[in-house]
Design a protein around this ligand. Structure first.
Ligand SMILES: C[S@@+](CC[C@H](N)C(=O)[O-])C[C@H]1O[C@@H](n2cnc3c(N)ncnc32)[C@H](O)[C@@H]1O
Length: 492
């Protein structure tokens, strides 16, 4: 079976992707709030296991020149492409090694502050799963953290049944009665599923999710040679047997997801002392299908009840649309759907400041200075600090704000002569997604965008780029797109 996984990745390139849940600037925050004083990522040693073409690791290496990065993967073509991209982007703090995780030995005394393992655990044979956990247990630095993503039950169970059925229906041994290719079979199932009762609507939604990835993805994901979802408790049992300790989910908003009913917080309070059981209960209540869990060594110095005000040591931004309304601030998603209304004085002052600092991420000490203006009185540290910390934790838990270990500064307006930087330019020229300042992929989903991005090498003014775009696509709003890119920190 392991050969099937190996052969797949030797012969098919895994699509280039970046994953915000693996970003050490976010995972360091989640670990510190869970009580482990995780290292400063900007000077850390960072390993990506199963790094594919390096699309997740390279932007981090470009961001933190003083940190050291290693990517390993047993796909030879992927490692060759990753090494070539590092060379073309002029990155000298990253190395890519062609190696099988089962035998990878980084050398005596080498350990890592951050280990990233995205898209591996559920998709490899049991022996490789075990090797992954053993590696983390022995190669994490004393306060290091590993981020491991995996498919969870019960959320993945229907997907698993659909995948098994699709494999059966497309097997060589059958007459392929409802379609030759897996995509055709899934399309037939989608049509047959209907939309006439709660189950059919759920099934349709799951089939849409599978389709939404695109046909190319199916061979790696749902229809991959191995796809073994597990329950959270089974994962925890495996990690603790291997000498690792669960800290939290890598994104704060995933510890107690908003998908839970408002009354769940009160009802589940008695489970506070049983965090693993609480998480398993949440998975059943929300039908969770995927997790990004943070682990540390079992002997790591974890202080389970850190000072609540420690949350104010980080940097913050609000990624949502904020509007002042009578008596408060309204938070909305980008389609205008309401996320929250803030009416308490501290909340209103916090979001009023964040509406001015958005889209940058700024340290709380700066936010606090400006909050006085909206509180209409000086910020009183003895009176306001703890309530502010509580407001911040609640907002982070609900995903209303994002916290990072460090500030993210950039000019949110497009420069007169747009220059994307070597790595983003390379991605644009290769037709891959560009990675923004928050490690989010920006898909160049049409040829006009790809061509235009590839021309943003610092040699053309805005007017020249507009003229270039207009020759091929007169209806394309170049100024609006440049503004969008600038607001994502693409121009530094
Ligand atoms: C699903 S892809 C994930 C790629 C990337 N981490 C991501 O999430 O975008 C899995 C990657 O793990 C690699 N891989 C699988 N088993 C491996 C092993 N035993 N040793 C090294 N790499 C392995 C594959 O070659 C492939 O690039």
């Amino acid at each position: 079976m392991s050969d099937a996984v190996h052969d797949l990745y030797q012969t098919h390139a895994y699509p280039a992707m970046s994953h915000p849940s693996t970003d050490p600037a976010a995972t360091a925050v989640a670990a510190r709030l869970a009580g482990l004083d995780a290292p400063d990522p900007s000077h850390a040693r960072i390993l990506d296991i199963g790094c594919a073409t390096g699309h997740n690791l390279l932007p981090l290496a470009a961001r933190w020149p003083k940190a050291r990065f290693t990517g390993i993967d047993f796909s030879k073509p992927a490692i060759e492409e990753a090494s070539e991209s590092a060379r073309l982007a002029g990155l000298t703090n990253v190395e890519f090694i062609g190696a099988d995780l089962k035998t990878f030995n980084p050398g005596d005394g080498v350990n890592y502050d951050f280990i990233i393992s995205h898209g591996i655990y559920s998709w490899v044979p049991g022996a490789v799963r075990q090797a992954l956990l053993d590696f983390c247990a022995t190669r994490l630095s004393p306060q290091g953290i590993a981020m491991i993503s995996y498919n969870t039950l019960p959320g993945w169970s229907l997907r698993k049944s659909i995948a098994n059925l699709t494999k059966l229906l497309s097997a060589e041994s059958t007459s392929k009665p409802i379609g030759q290719e897996p995509e055709q079979i899934l399309a037939s199932l989608l049509m047959a599923a209907g939309n006439h009762n709660p189950y059919s609507r759920y099934l349709t939604q799951v089939l849409h999710d599978i389709f939404g990835q695109g046909g190319y993805f199916l061979r790696f994901d749902d229809l991959g040679p191995i796809n073994e979802p597990c329950t959270f408790l089974d994962f925890i049992a495996h990690t603790s047997r291997s000498g690792l300790l669960y800290l939290a989910e890598s994104l704060l908003c995933e510890n107690f997801p908003c998908a839970l009913a408002p009354e769940a917080a009160e009802i589940l309070k008695p489970l506070a002392g049983e965090p693993h059981l609480l998480q398993q209960t949440i998975d059943v209540l929300t039908n969770r299908s995927f997790r990004h869990s943070l682990l540390c060594r079992a002997d790591a110095p974890v202080e389970r009840h850190p000072n609540p005000t420690s949350v104010l040591k980080f940097a913050v931004r609000c990624p949502h649309v904020m509007k002042h309304i009578a008596g408060g601030v309204r938070l909305m998603n980008h389609s205008g759907g309401e996320l929250a209304r803030c009416e308490k004085a501290l909340e209103v002052a916090l979001f009023s400041v964040l509406s001015k600092t958005n889209p940058e991420t700024v340290p709380f000490h700066e936010v606090i200075v400006h909050m006085a203006e909206f509180l209409k009185q000086p910020f009183d540290y003895s009176r306001h600090l703890l309530p502010l910390a509580e407001v911040v934790m609640e907002a982070a838990r609900k995903g209303l704000i994002s916290l990072r270990s460090e500030a993210v500064r950039f000019n949110p307006e497009p420069p007169a002569v747009p220059a994307l930087g070597a790595l983003r330019l390379l991605a644009a020229r290769n037709g891959q997604p560009m990675v923004d300042a928050y490690h989010m992929p920006c898909h160049l989903d049409d040829e006009r965008k790809r061509q235009l991005a590839a021309a943003m090498d610092g040699s053309r003014t805005m007017d020249e780029l507009t003229a270039l775009a207009n020759t091929n696509a007169p209806d394309f709003n170049v100024a609006a797109w440049l503004k969008h890119l600038a607001a994502r920190g693409m121009f530094g």
